[in-house]
Write a protein that binds this ligand. Structure first.
Ligand code: ATP
Length: 374
């Protein structure tokens, strides 16, 4: 089921006596989610992710704008008629019911021609339990399950009615790191097997990047960028997206274009044909540095951390906006740690320039491999 959000806005009245301005939780969002895809809705706390999800499922009414499921305008449709399955961070299972009863519960409310017999309900519940691999746990109560198992029950309960759309709000937040990793792979498998269009809200960029077909990055209620995770990582449209995606984060510097050359401080680090002279922010991905004896970018060396396949070179530069510069290089590459400085040349396609005022991306010739992907 394709989902279309058209100029969607949601404001909440301010409860702040000093500041009466409404809170704009979602601000004129327009995007399309293709049928059968898993979408990661990503952004910092308070950026409007949960509000967007609640608008899609109908728990909130938009202040303006439209929501379509396929060709149907569902903007004013009650949540129970939208065919949406919801999974929350806290699972929200009924503690006095067994796993089976929890999964069957949504089927008991079906009316008219959708009404099922007890046997049909049990069959559906078992099928769904098998899909999320909890069929052995059907007679237990939620208190007798681990966090990961409870989360599977919540997913089964959301899936049992075969929803048109599955919405997951921070579904893995309560799990420990190992289980989180395992459960996100499971989610991906279940989504692929069912083919249900799924929206997954998280503030964890690694999580969103690893399992999503597409990510939507939001900030302050506004959609910043939509695309395949790797494309958004390679081609951030502004400084916010560049900084939000990537672990370790992108290294940001104050820089200057002068005479078709990019300077960071005194260092002429790259040729940038076709740009007029101006001050810029320079973002360099950690993998964009090449250590070279006579490299043009001269940094003060702090230390080298070897982490198996890769090494991290930790250095500083007076123009750096990050506390330290973290560059990731192949661990075969030898860095002389006896000296105070480390010199780099830069991979042009790993360097992003941003406008000093607007913080929007500036493309330059030599940045081609980045541009080509757009
Ligand atoms: P988090 O990751 O912390 O859950 P989020 O990205 O999901 O954050 P939302 O919960 O959608 O963010 O909130 C977006 C903005 O709207 C925030 O500023 C929040 O304080 C505000 N907000 C959300 N719900 C309400 C409400 N019912 N009344 C007033 N303001 C609200």
């Amino acid at each position: 089921m394709k989902i279309v959000l058209q100029n969607l806005t949601k404001t909440f009245p301010s409860r702040n006596k000093k500041n009466r301005a409404d809170v704009i939780a979602v601000n004129d969002c327009t995007f399309e989610i293709p049928d059968g895809r898993l979408i990661g809705l990503l952004g910092p706390s308070g950026c409007g992710k949960s509000t967007t999800l609640n608008l899609i499922c109908g728990l909130l009414k938009p202040t303006s704008g439209k929501i379509y499921f396929g060709d149907d305008d569902v903007t004013t449709l009650a949540p129970e008629h939208r065919g949406v399955g919801l999974v929350f961070q806290n699972y929200a299972l009924y503690p006095h019911m067994t796993v089976k009863q929890n999964i069957i519960f949504p089927l008991e409310n079906l009316k008219g021609e959708k009404k099922l017999t007890k046997q049909q309900m049990e069959e559906h519940a078992l099928e769904t339990a098998k899909l999320v691999q909890i069929e052995e746990l059907m007679e237990r109560r939620p208190s007798e399950l681990s966090g990961g198992q409870q989360q599977r029950v919540a997913i089964a309960r959301a899936l049992v009615k075969m929803p048109r759309v599955l919405l997951l709000d921070e579904p893995l937040s309560n799990l420990d790191a190992r289980l989180r990793l395992q459960t996100r792979e499971e989610l991906r498998r279940i989504q692929k097997e069912t083919g249900i269009t799924t929206i997954f809200v998280t503030h964890d960029q690694d999580e969103a990047m690893s399992i999503s077909d597409m990510i939507v990055v939001m900030n302050e209620g506004v959609v910043q960028q939509i695309g395949k995770p790797q494309d958004v990582y390679d081609n951030p449209v502004n400084l916010f997206v560049a900084r939000f995606l990537g672990t370790p984060p992108i290294n940001v510097f104050e820089g200057k274009i002068y005479g078709n050359t990019l300077y960071i401080g005194e260092n002429a680090v790259l040729t940038t044909q076709g740009l007029s002279d101006m001050d810029v922010y320079v973002g360099i991905r950690p993998e964009g540095f090449i250590p070279e004896e006579n490299g043009p970018f001269v940094c003060r060396l702090n230390r080298v951390e070897v982490t198996g396949r890769d090494s991290s070179v930790i250095s500083t530069h007076t123009c750096s906006l990050n506390g330290t510069i973290r560059s990731i290089i192949n661990s075969d590459c030898v860095i002389n740690t006896e000296t105070d400085t480390v010199r780099f040349s830069l991979k042009p396609h790993k360097v992003c320039l941003f406008h000093k005022e607007t913080k929007e991306r500036i493309y330059f010739s030599g940045n081609e491999s980045t541009q080509r992907r757009q």
